[in-house]
Design a binder for this molecule. Structure first.
Ligand SMILES: [Zn+2]
Length: 302
């Protein structure tokens, strides 16, 4: 009897694990040794140390893909790191992004960009971080690249909300809180109505209501909820409120899971656990956030 009781109490958990068959992570970062840990502190908010080097980090992130049945992952980093991850990706999980704070990062120009798009070497234009370079996505230098994305139906992924506190005093001196406002991409939505685009971090702690209002006005706009799910207790509080509010508003079906593990692959599992712990979300809501909404956005074929 005791054994049976134990079995029964374990059942719901077993059920949840099995029901959540697939996950798409819309926010994963890759590195080479040249930029590994360049922008991140040694320990996270909780003092947890990151991976020791770029290759270890890739292996630990791939192990998390396997463990949590992450079937697709949007990987952004420098082009060399993304290529390396794709070369080692024997399960066809990696969607190739590119991390750019300015459009001409990594020696990029419009001709090279179009070539990479055509060759399938850039499948999503992002993570874009105009916030970190003191620009906005509506500024002139980004426009030729956005035109190419619209032409080839390449989705754009843009950072919204703030960055790491202290970043402005170190590696991103032009970063300003006000540049994280989602409303700053409104002209892009107006000028490229066919462009597939999602916000990263849903406006962060600064502008969650602006993120929701922008999604109300522009029905093509999606968002991820990356980093907020794990990085600090305060961001977890904000993302909980954001999810409650956007569910109430009726746009939860455009919210996508993302972890933004940076140099801490353990954050992937932590993000999944946190999302699963939110009791006001139904199992169907969670399936949508973990898989269905991103599958629709990405036009994945079954
Ligand atoms: Zn970001």
């Amino acid at each position: 009897m005791k054994k049976l009781l134990l079995f029964l109490t374990l059942l719901p958990e077993i059920f949840i694990v099995q029901a959540q068959t697939r996950i798409i992570d819309m926010h994963i970062h890759s590195y080479t040794d040249s930029d590994f840990g360049e922008r991140e502190a040694a320990g996270d908010h909780y003092g947890v140390k990151g991976s020791v080097n770029a290759e270890q980090h890739r292996m630990e992130t791939f192990a998390a893909f396997e463990r949590f049945n992450i079937v697709k992952a949007m990987v952004s980093g420098n082009p060399e790191s993304v290529k390396n991850w794709k070369d080692k990706d024997d399960k066809n999980r990696v969607i190739r992004g590119i991390l750019s704070f300015l459009p001409d990062d990594h020696g990029m120009d419009i001709t090279k960009f179009e070539q990479m798009v055509k060759a399938g070497e850039i499948e999503i234009f992002g993570e874009l971080g105009p916030y970190y370079s003191g620009t906005t996505l509506s500024d002139p230098e980004w426009q030729p690249y956005l035109r190419i994305c619209e032409k080839y139906d390449i989705p754009v992924a843009v950072h919204t909300g703030d960055g790491d506190p202290g970043g402005t005093y170190s590696w991103a001196p032009k970063a300003r809180l006000q540049l994280g406002d989602p409303y700053l991409i409104e002209d892009v939505l107006v000028n490229y109505p066919k462009l597939r685009i999602y916000m990263m971090h849903a406006g962060g702690e600064d502008w969650p209501e602006h993120a929701i209002r922008l999604m109300a006005y522009y029905p093509q706009l999606y968002t991820d909820i990356a980093v907020l799910l794990w990085v600090e207790p305060n961001t977890q509080r904000y993302v909980t409120e954001f999810l409650r509010n956007i569910k109430h508003a009726g746009y939860l079906d455009r919210v996508m899971f993302g972890s933004d593990q940076m140099t801490w692959p353990y954050a992937i599992g932590k993000s999944i656990d946190f999302l699963n712990s939110l009791e006001f979300l139904t199992e169907e809501d969670k399936e949508g956030i973990f898989y269905d909404n991103a599958a629709r956005f990405l036009k994945l074929k079954e």
